[in-house]
Design a protein around this ligand. Structure first.
Ligand code: HAM
Length: 439
């Protein structure tokens, strides 16, 4: 018989958020929101469906060919469920460029779909905090973005022993490949994809990938050598100055001034998968060797707004994913035992009192800022109602029986301590508020 029922499981790679999971999500999002706003960023949002072309141009082969959920609407328009926020941000900037006052500091918290094989750290639906500066091409914006990342990590209780921000620059990558390895633009593209996946695939697969693309063994060895080198070392080996290297030098000195250089390091192997990155690129890594996957990342993109109109608006920012980050918080024991968001008071109901009295009390408490729910069944035994309050995690049970009603009192029971107090109805809101503050 059971095969007549629909499955109650969510679609593969998506999650249901029951209230416990939602409490966790609300805590993560509100912390993200607070940090972004502390740095002067304004919240924005966009549609969940965009035209497919928005991604086809610059988001990178893997995302476009393999991961996008796309479909045609009834009029034959080719659409995509958004797999990321950055093209939407660029489109929205392009649409109102005349009205907007640059530079913009924008953030959003939104969900995205990517058709991926669900595994640790990777799902089909995930949420991202996106933080971007638009219309500021100096390295100061790059430094600010890295500063926001460091502040975010710290605001969740992460210290410098738990994570690293690894930074490089696409221009430096291109200069090194052209100058030291003598490779052409097409090869640079292939090498950058292989390097981006290097930490996630085996050494053999990495070498085979490069060999298949015609990269000679000596060049692979030369590249290995560069991965191990410092920024000044690499810059010194180039025959001409690299704008990327110079910009990174300035960036690291700004990060020092901002007091965040202890969690930052140069890493030539950071390239990022998207084709739209043109300058600084970074990824945040868990310092624990058990979690090799990067937590999140971002970088500078100079040409994205230019997809929509003639313009020079450069952007820099990042996308901070909730899935990998939740693994990070769990691994480092950073999730507080009380995430808040539990209901405050249950109003216990008795047969001998008119239901309207409970509605009145509920309104009195609500207007005094005490969230509460009324127990529906007045016939239920006190024990049953108290068990309900316990299981649901109410902080308080408020009792109003015939005697209390007649004497203008209520009884308040603190669920955790079992402490019980009889309060005057007239000033019960103040008393309860104080009681909640003291616990
Ligand atoms: P991304 O690296 O593709 O960058 O995604 C950012 C973060 O979102 C990842 O590092 C990861 O935490 C999370 N993420 C991505 N795909 C998945 C997935 N399938 N499952 C779980 N988490 C995932 C971007 O999307 C850029 N648009 C970020 C950006 C903003 N660059 C500049 N501004």
């Amino acid at each position: 018989m059971t095969d007549q029922f629909l499955t109650s499981k969510p679609y593969k790679g998506t999650r249901d958020f029951y209230p416990d999971e939602m409490r966790m999500r609300a805590w993560v999002f509100s912390t993200m929101r607070r940090v972004a706003e502390d740095f002067g960023y304004e919240e924005m949002s966009g549609p969940i469906v965009e035209r497919f072309d928005l991604y086809a141009a610059k988001s990178g082969e893997e995302l476009v060919n393999e991961q996008i959920y796309h479909f045609e609407d009834k009029s034959g328009r080719r659409l995509a469920i958004r797999p990321e926020m950055t093209p939407t941000v660029a489109r929205m900037v392009a649409a109102r460029l005349e009205q907007l006052t640059l530079p913009l500091r924008w953030y959003s918290i939104a969900n995205f779909m990517r058709y991926e094989r669900p595994q640790k750290g990777r799902l089909r639906e995930h949420w991202q905090l996106n933080v971007d500066v638009l219309g500021e091409s100096t390295v100061r914006a790059d430094a600010e973005i890295i500063g926001v990342v460091a502040a975010l990590m710290r605001s969740f209780g992460a210290d410098g022993s738990m994570f690293r921000i690894k930074i490089s620059d696409r221009r430096l990558f291109n200069d090194v490949l052209r100058n030291l390895l003598d490779v052409g633009d097409n090869e640079i593209q292939t090498i950058s994809k292989a390097v981006d996946k290097r930490a996630k695939i085996s050494r053999e697969d990495y070498e085979a990938w490069l060999a298949e693309s015609g990269i000679a063994k000596e060049k692979i060895a030369l590249l290995d050598d560069v991965f191990e080198s410092s920024l000044s070392d690499i810059a010194g080996r180039l025959s001409s100055a690299s704008q990327g290297a110079e910009s990174l030098e300035t960036l690291f000195s700004l990060l020092d001034q901002a007091g965040v250089s202890d969690v930052c390091q140069f890493d030539f192997a950071i390239v990022r998968g998207f084709d739209y990155y043109t300058g600084m690129v970074f990824e945040v890594e868990d310092a624990s060797p058990d979690n090799r996957r990067s937590l999140f990342g971002g970088g500078r993109y100079d040409n994205l707004v230019g997809l929509f109109r003639k313009s020079e608006v450069s952007g820099v920012g990042f996308g901070f994913g909730d899935v990998t980050f939740q693994d990070f918080l769990t691994a480092h024991g950073l999730i507080p035992s009380d995430l808040g968001g539990r209901p405050t008071a249950l109003i216990v109901t008795f047969d001998g009192v008119a239901y309207a009295e409970y509605l009145k009390l509920a309104e009195e408490l609500r207007s005094g800022g005490i969230a509460n729910a009324v127990y529906f069944d007045q016939g239920a035994k006190l024990k049953k109602q108290m068990q309900f309050a316990e299981r649901k995690g109410f902080a308080l049970a408020v009792l109003l029986g015939e005697d209390e009603l007649a004497s203008g009192k209520i009884v308040v029971k603190q669920m955790a301590s079992r402490r019980q107090l009889t309060l005057d109805r007239a000033d019960c809101v103040e008393q309860i508020t104080k009681m909640l503050e003291d616990t």
